[in-house]
Ligand binder design. Structure first.
Ligand code: IMP
Ligand code: MG
Length: 192
């Protein structure tokens, strides 16, 4: 049974906003233009890492002026926590045949580097003509695996963020901006 508390605006759970809705809209136009120029006259296959990249990819592909094929790969590494609790695991695979295709792999955020490095390996094994990566956020956290994304929306400090696709225990993905949660709403221990 829902209480009045459950119905409050999830925006109120943010401690502060790191990237505003306007900043995101402006940056997506720039990124879409950049990608469209880099891949001019080619067809792009976009692979979205879901669930996190779902909102970013939905908005970004509408800024790309090229033929695009879209597929998703589902990866799990967090379990209701603010730090990854397991190695990233592919739990739903890519359906498209990527052999000989120009592939752009998109995720919401680059943190330890494990997710993108694992999925780029899996994609390379599918023999694409080329592979680049794009993230909305590049977190200034110590990388556990060396990884640099080709396209980055915003660099952010080392903090756990939610909104615009990024979740805490599957919540807050619908927020139009990106921010940090109030400390009392995060599971202890937060920064172990
Ligand atoms: P990595 O494997 O540590 O680079 O982490 C990438 C994945 O961790 C992303 O796909 C996100 O789903 C998740 N992630 C990392 N940092 C955050 C965060 O601050 N908020 C929400 N999800 C995050
Ligand atoms: Mg996630």
């Amino acid at each position: 049974m829902q209480s009045a508390k459950d119905n409050k605006n999830p925006l109120e759970d943010l401690e502060n906003i790191l990237v505003s809705e306007t900043d995101i809209k402006t940056r997506l136009i720039e990124l879409g233009h950049h990608i469209s120029c880099d891949y001019a006259q080619r067809e792009l296959v976009i692979i979205a890492i879901i669930n996190g990249a779902v909102i970013f990819v939905a908005d970004l592909i509408r800024q790309i002026r090229l033929p695009v094929q879209l597929d998703c790969i589902r990866v799990a590494s967090y379990c209701d926590e603010t730090r990854p609790v397991q190695e990233p695991e592919i739990i739903d695979r890519i359906r498209l045949n990527l052999k000989g295709m120009d592939v752009l792999l998109i995720d919401d955020i680059l943190d330890t580097g494990k997710t993108l490095s694992k999925i780029t390996e899996a994609i390379i094994a599918m023999q694409p003509a080329s592979l680049k990566t794009c993230v909305l956020l590049d977190k200034a956290s110590p990388r556990e695996v060396d990884f640099t994304a080709d396209y980055v929306g915003f660099k952010i400090p080392d903090a756990f963020v939610v909104g615009y696709g990024l979740d805490f225990a599957e919540r807050y993905r619908q927020l139009p901006c990106i921010g940090t949660l109030k400390a009392e709403l995060q599971n202890p221990p937060v920064w172990s």
